[in-house]
Design a protein around this ligand. Structure first.
Ligand code: HEM
Ligand SMILES: *[C@@H]1O[C@H](CO)[C@@H](O)[C@H](O)[C@H]1NC(C)=O
Length: 497
């Protein structure tokens, strides 16, 4: 017997058998673990019926990139409150389409973690408290003329670009404009990124990152860190991160260098209100320690990302809505002309008078919410108003896009109708029916900043151009973390006399 074994199992092949055996055991254990996880998830979500899903692929096979939003809308019609959405067989999120459910999630105390940001818990709270003064009304005031400056650079570019009947793809120009504006406002950094193509790499890296993160969630083998790391997408992700960080580091370094300059330092000390970078660089905790380089970078990254990509989406879709609806476009233009008189530029005091334009902006944010959904990981169990519950550790997602088009909440939701935002109609509506900036403790801190930028961009654009859609190239909505169009947003621009 011993002899026989020796014959077939030389030392090296024995090792091979052992290795194979271990692998088999590992795979088996992993499979059991996944099976139990799935059973747990199925049990936790059992009171929420939803569209049928495959045990391994989840809903992935039923959703194509281009058709995702329409598929979610049709599920939302069938399950008007909420339904489980499976990202593969072992990850599920309760997808919420209704204001009552959204209210419970956003009001779920400070105990809900997750979101677009990396920070959570006490650290988030500390940073949020730190940054809040950076959005004080007196800080935002002087930004209006900076935003106007950035918008004008963009419009000048468009003026040079248009030839008769040739449409312009807006999104890329608008992205550079909002990046320019956030850099000037938040970081006092005048980069000229709209005119010299050097900063393009940052916009491209951010575009890549949003695409890659979006794709990773939907392709379940990439949920595994190891598989992702060795995949070509994972490597592309790392490269995009490196490029984005390079840009951020440059912004921070430039400011730190200028702080060493005595004159500059005095100038900052004299400023009544600091910009975000001032606030971050001067921040000290109770023990007198400043933010670590890593924290600083995370914070600047967040700002740059949240501040430019979302606003770019908001502005682009707003101009698209205006192009589709010439009657509203004209009414906004008249309102703006009346406010400005013969002035060519716009000031802080004008923004509050743009009543009708603001209603159009809100209606555009309803139909095309730049952030189509947000998600949360529950750090304690939750109970909804109808008594259904989910345990701690569950994922929930408020699908803002579906909620904004929920026909039980909004009548004829596909119709662009700014009158929905007349004061009378607003007061009659559910507090959580309109959530472009989310709600609760973690709502958008830059909401006022964004609204101002939307108003400035709208006013100056309408004064200079008449907008019409390009019938040959209608946009195709895709939810790449931010709401974008897979073929860009093309408009025909006609210079007004
Ligand atoms: C139209 C433009 C914008 C929209 C639609 C928007 C929307 C949102 C939404 C929905 C969230 C919640 C994300 C989540 O819970 O996962 C959020 C968070 C945030 N936004 Fe915005 N945003 C916009 C512009 C801005 C701007 C211009 C800034 C900065 C200047 C900004 C800074 C932030 C920050 C820092 C957070 C995280 C807040 C926290 O976790 O405490 N956003 N935004
Ligand atoms: C309220 O909204 C409806 C539907 O959009 C609209 O027809 C009506 O005029 C609005 N009411 C007011 C007072 O603005």
């Amino acid at each position: 017997m011993a002899f026989a074994l020796e014959k077939i199992a030389t030392p090296s092949s024995l090792l091979l058998y052992l290795a194979a055996g271990f692998c088999l055991i590992y795979v088996l254990l992993k499979a059991i673990q996944l099976y139990r996880k799935r059973q747990q998830l199925l049990k936790a979500f059992e009171s929420f019926p939803g569209p049928p899903s495959h045990w391994l692929y989840g809903h992935s096979s039923q959703i194509s990139q281009d058709g995702e939003l329409n598929q979610l809308l049709s599920w939302a019609k069938k399950y008007p409150y909420a339904y489980p959405r499976w990202f593969g067989g072992f990850m599920v999120s309760l997808t919420i389409n209704h204001p009552d459910y959204a209210k419970t999630v956003f009001g779920h105390g400070g105990t809900v973690i997750g979101g677009l940001l990396i920070l959570h818990g006490p650290k988030w709270f500390q940073h949020r408290r730190l940054l809040t003064p950076g959005f004080h009304y007196d800080v935002l005031k002087p930004y209006v003329s900076l935003m106007a400056e950035s918008t004008k650079v963009m419009l000048d570019k468009w003026e040079r670009l248009i030839t008769v009947d040739k449409s312009v793809e807006l999104f890329e120009h608008v992205s550079l404009m909002t990046l320019d504006s956030i850099m000037k406002c938040a970081f006092s950094c005048h980069s000229n990124c709209q005119t010299d193509s050097d900063s393009d790499y940052y916009i491209k890296a951010v575009y890549d990152l949003t695409y890659l993160v979006f794709h990773r969630i939907r392709f379940f083998p990439f949920h595994n860190d190891f598989i992702y790391k060795i995949s070509s997408q994972g490597r592309r992700f790392q490269e995009a991160c490196r490029l984005a960080h390079q840009h951020t580091d440059k912004v921070i370094k430039e400011r730190k260098t200028s702080l060493q300059d005595q004159q500059e330092l005095e100038k900052i000390q004299k400023k009544k209100y600091l910009d975000f970078l001032d606030i971050l660089l001067c921040a000290k905790d109770e023990n007198g320690a400043g933010l670590s380089d890593e924290d600083l970078r995370a914070e600047v990254d967040t700002f740059m990302f949240e501040g430019h990509d979302t606003t770019a989406s908001g502005v682009s879709w707003l101009l698209y809505c205006m192009a589709l609806h010439p009657e509203h476009q004209q009414r906004c233009r008249e309102e703006i002309k009346e406010i400005l008189g013969d002035r060519e530029t716009i000031q802080w005091d004008d923004l509050g008078k743009m009543t009708y334009s603001t209603m159009c902006i809100k209606e555009s944010l309803r139909i095309y919410p730049p952030v189509p959904g947000v998600s949360r990981l529950l750090s304690k169990p939750i109970t909804f108003h109808d008594g259904r519950t989910l345990p701690e550790g569950s994922l929930v997602g408020v699908h803002i896009y579906s909620l904004h088009r929920n026909p039980t909440v909004w009548q004829d939701p596909e119709v662009f109708d700014p009158m929905r935002f007349s004061p009378e109609n607003v007061s009659k509506r559910h507090s959580h029916a309109f959530l472009p900036f989310a709600a609760g403790a973690r709502n958008c801190i830059g909401k006022q900043f964004a609204m101002n930028e939307l108003k400035v961009a709208l006013a100056l654009t309408l004064l200079r151009f008449e907008l019409a859609p390009d019938p040959a190239k209608p946009p195709k909505e895709i939810p790449q973390i931010i709401l974008k169009s897979s073929n860009g947003i093309h408009l025909l621009l006609r210079k007004l006399p």
